[in-house]
Design a protein around this ligand. Sequence first.
Ligand code: P6P
Length: 323
Amino acid sequence: MAHITTLSEFIIEREKDFPFASGDLSQLLTSIRLAAKLVNREVNKAGLVTEILGEANAHNIQGEKQQKLDVYANDRFIAAMRNQGAVCAVASEENDEHIVFDNPASLDGKYVVAMDPLDGSSNIDVNVSIGTIFSIYRRLDPEKVTLDDFLQPGNQQVAAGYVVYGSSTMLVYTTGNGVNGFTLDPSIGVFCLSHPNMQIPANGNIYSVNEGNYFEFPENVRNYIDGCKKKKMSARYIGSLVADFHRNLLKGGIYMYPGTKDKPNGKLRLLYEANPLAMVIEQAGGSATDGTTRILDLQPTELHQRCPLFIGSSAMVEEVMKG
Ligand code: P6P
């Protein structure tokens, strides 16, 4: 039987890619792995009447009702990173401000993390796949942490990835040397390398967009969608970014969340949705733009700022940009 590489073996093996690696990034990825397993366990129970099903009475900064699983996932990822020591601060979709860790182990943490702990959480109680998205930067100043640590352009990311809690649970990430996917074997609680060196097909036959907003889209986007129909492409839109993104990464395709007249920046968040997925897709040979600019070159100005997103097979992203 062929040897199965586990995520922990892979992290250690790949540490050699970084001659000056101190092991901190490896430890960070290990804390994400742990939190992903804990969230996976609760996501898989969400169908049962458990104390975390349904909506917490809190609201997040987006003004959206916080589903209790959102809160649980946020707490798990923050706790795992706080206890681990490589991270000095975290920004999350669920928190208005970034959190600077004040425990002794984290004060010298080299990294900051921006994350969407559970994206698509409105899908939880209808049993649709959901996901976690994370983005990792080096801190700018060893003496202090400021908002600027989180406002670095996406091209400064050290690592990025996501967890998709679907028919199986997968952790997919890049540290800048390609993209690798690990599938959780629940019988032994281990992530195993199942998708080495993931590459998105240069072209694809799937387009993902909420066509309910069609008449609000810019003309070039409407023309592109019309073209997809004429070519009899497959429309696939789950309403859960990580699930749509992951399918398109495997099969080829484009995910679009364009700006509209009343929401010119669309709905998705630059720091913890567009940037990390843009790093993954470029490392897998694809592209990601906001319709005019490469996502990774955008200069963030606010923690929760939104941006339009066109991401997937490079030929398809290019086509929609051509107008
Ligand atoms: P709409 C979920 O709320 C999310 O942030 C993404 O996961 C998803 O792709 C998108 O919003 C769906 O938004 O406006 O099409 O319902």
